[in-house]
Ligand binder design. Structure first.
Ligand code: G3P
Ligand code: MG
Length: 239
């Protein structure tokens, strides 16, 4: 199953944002498990590069630059070693997973797709390495960092990618085309009917983040948006 198949199979794709971030500690295995149980066909997570004590680079699944908001620790993620980061606890005693942990979890659910969002520098190579070894689930790689995403595309010519935009810009379709993208991911607040009409000419599915209200989802769907990232997949799946 490809990412194209995943979008095609659904009338409106419900993507579990950081798992089910509104219902469980975001970006933890508990959150991803819950999103799968709730029937999300796609999960989204954020990855950042950190180092093990022996200097090996790894990708941790974490959103913020600092650990303060979501864990019992303090300070910048980049200042943690893998060994120290995994000792921290999020709510409900959940540890911070490494990308491999999430890939291991989802491999037994081959219909579940994963959107790996590259946060920050030097994430492309590591992501490409892990994705090459992981042949079990459809994978979509996205990033606000278009240079990092372009680097990923140069290394991995086949995995689906989606440029990610926090704000509207006129060259979105051109950026997507240059990356040979499979989808476009964009802030829901940047979408208007007119802009969507233009984007749809490119024939790529557009996914909007972060949408937690049914009325906003309905409007976006009417504009031609193909799916939403939501913290509350329970509100949308099986509707
Ligand atoms: O990938 C969609 C969305 O997650 C982008 O924003 O800040 O929640 O990672 P953010
Ligand atoms: Mg994200």
């Amino acid at each position: 199953m490809t990412i194209n198949d995943v979008f095609r199979a659904s009338d409106f794709l419900i993507i579990g944002h950081r798992g089910a971030a509104g219902l469980a500690p975001e970006n933890t295995l508990a959150s991803f498990r819950l999103a799968i149980e709730l029937g999300c066909p796609m999960l989204e997570l954020d990855v950042q590069r950190i180092y093990s004590n022996d200097g090996t680079p790894r990708l941790c699944v974490f959103h913020d630059d600092r650990v303060d908001r979501t864990t019992n620790g303090k300070g910048l993620v980049k200042d943690y070693t893998v060994e120290d980061l995994i000792k921290l606890r999020c709510a409900n005693d959940q540890p911070i997973p490494m990308l491999e942990d999430v890939l291991d979890l989802i491999r037994t659910y081959p219909k579940v797709a994963l959107n790996i969002e590259l946060k920050g520098q030097q994430t492309a190579e590591l992501a490409a390495e892990l994705i090459t070894k992981h042949t079990y689930n459809p994978i979509l790689v996205s990033s606000f960092h278009l240079e990092e995403l372009a680097k990923f595309r140069r290394i991995d010519k086949t995995t689906a990618v989606a440029p990610l935009f926090a704000r509207w810009r006129k060259d979105i379709a051109a950026v997507a085309q240059k990356l040979d993208a499979t989808a476009i991911n964009i802030a829901a607040t940047s979408i208007t009917q007119n802009r969507m009409t233009g984007l749809l000419e490119g024939n790529l599915p557009v996914a909007a983040y972060t949408v937690n209200s049914a009325s906003q989802a309905a409007t976006l769907k009417q504009y031609g948006v193909s799916g939403i990232f939501t913290d509350y997949p329970d509100k949308f799946v099986n509707i």
